[in-house]
Design a protein around this ligand. Structure first.
Ligand SMILES: O=C[C@H](O)[C@H](O)COP(=O)(O)O
Ligand SMILES: C=C(OP(=O)(O)O)C(=O)O
Length: 407
């Protein structure tokens, strides 16, 4: 792959204007000169993904938006430099493909597989400071999870390490796809959060209805619940991209906001260009989602409706672990399917945090993980993930829902 050429003047100007908008959840680099050097070095590095691959994913996602396929997205909450071993990543890919196989075999719908991988190194956080009074961990791309002031100081050199890890991971994904067991396509995705990272490796893409920028950092990028403000830099940045874009929408999202996200990100009405990822929580999905779906559908846009059953169902267990219960996740997905069935729209996919490792981070499943098991193998760098058995169980439940929704 070649280096990305410089952006042409018009687009470079638009990018600079976007980066001057308010941007939530960004670290303050202690040494701005080092940060500038890191951004410059990243701009000269090899891209992680090729634009042709991203364009192929866009075609696959158009089929999802038309109701002809299902989007399965999943992987670690936060990738880490030390945890990104070949065994761990292969385990995650095997679990993702296992879930996809269950869906294909039982529900009879093609499945588009997108891993949270090769770039998921930055995390938005609820608080700026942790219980010990230290700056909070923001993902290995920014600082270290270790509890010392030095480790938590943002270090721009970490963006280069993240990029190198992402490149190595992408090599592994490609090898896995070529291998006999998988033998097909897996795309990579991450949250477009850290703008100093995301602003690099952009290539002018003139293949669409207007010139946009193809990011070489991942096939599918999404904007998170905490950075989706309409006047903010993240959404404006996503508008410049030709990559398929997701927007996480939590329970405070209004139907008007949802329509505005779609109008801004998909001005040309391209099916599957936008994925609205609802993460409402099991108790609220049946009330909050319908007016959003109705208004977006009435606008005529062909978005993908995807359910993230993780982030609206997080709570702290009695023994002090951030966790989620599989039963509540299944209930949120069931609510999501009920809403789409009633409104005649396609429940297009799910987005989960999971791993092939035998962790004890989420509750439930068979054999069940109970609260007293959480300390045994609670290994996530941020939010609790489904282990392989729980993920496969969830895939079986979802396959039944897909089948029922098509009869
Ligand atoms: O993965 C999502 C967010 O980064 C995460 O839920 C934030 O966690 P916090 O509420 O502990 O900051
Ligand atoms: C931060 C995430 O989710 P949300 O933006 O929905 O909270 C995530 O998926 O990692």
């Amino acid at each position: 792959m070649t280096h990305f050429p410089p952006l042409d003047g018009l687009i470079a100007g638009r990018l600079e204007a976007v980066l001057r908008k308010p941007a939530a959840q960004q670290p303050v680099w202690p040494d701005p000169d080092r940060a500038r050097d890191a951004v410059a070095a990243l701009s000269r590095a090899e891209p992680i993904v090729a634009p042709e691959e991203t364009a192929r994913l866009a075609r696959r996602l158009a089929a999802v938006a038309r109701g002809e396929a299902f989007l399965l997205q999943g992987g670690d909450c936060a990738e880490t430099f030390a945890g990104g071993t070949e065994a761990h990543q292969r385990g995650n890919l095997r679990t993702l493909t296992g879930m996809a196989a269950v869906l294909v075999q039982r529900a009879g719908l093609p499945v588009v597989r997108v891993a949270r991988m090769a770039g998921q190194y930055a995390k938005p956080r609820s608080q700026a400071v942790d219980a010990l009074g230290l700056p909070v961990y923001r993902g290995d791309m920014v600082n270290s999870a270790e509890s010392t002031p030095a480790a938590r100081t943002p270090d721009p050199g970490r963006m280069l390490r993240a990029h190198a890890c992402a490149a190595r991971t992408m090599g592994l994904v490609r090898a896995f796809c070529r291998g006999g067991a998988a033998g097909s396509e897996i795309y990579v995705s991450h949250e477009a959060l850290l703008l100093d990272y995301e602003r690099t490796q952009l290539r002018v893409d003139t293949s669409g209805p207007e010139p946009r920028l193809s990011s070489g950092l991942g096939h599918f990028l999404w904007i998170g619940e905490r950075t989706r403000r309409l006047d903010g830099a993240h959404l404006a940045f996503a508008e410049l991209l030709s990559n398929p874009i997701g927007v996480k929408i939590g329970p405070s999202t209004t139907p008007e906001q949802a329509v505005e996200y779609v109008r801004r990100l998909d001005p040309h009405g391209e099916p599957g260009r936008v994925t609205l990822v609802s993460r409402m929580g099991h108790a609220r999905v049946r009330d909050v989602l319908p007016p959003i779906v109705e208004k977006v559908a009435a606008s005529g846009s062909q978005v993908i409706w995807q359910c993230d059953p993780m982030h609206g169902n997080t709570y702290v267990s009695a023994n002090g672990y951030k966790t989620r219960h599989l039963r509540q996740m299944v209930d949120e997905i069931a609510g999501f399917f009920e809403v789409h069935r009633r409104l005649g729209t396609h429940p297009g996919g799910i987005h989960v945090e999971m791993t092939g490792d035998d962790v004890t981070e989420c509750l439930g499943g068979a054999p069940a993980v109970a609260e007293e098991h959480l300390p045994a193998r609670y290994e996530t760098a941020c939010d609790p993930r489904l282990n392989a058995r729980q993920a496969m169980g969830l895939a079986c439940s979802v396959a039944e829902m897909v089948t029922a929704s098509r009869t």
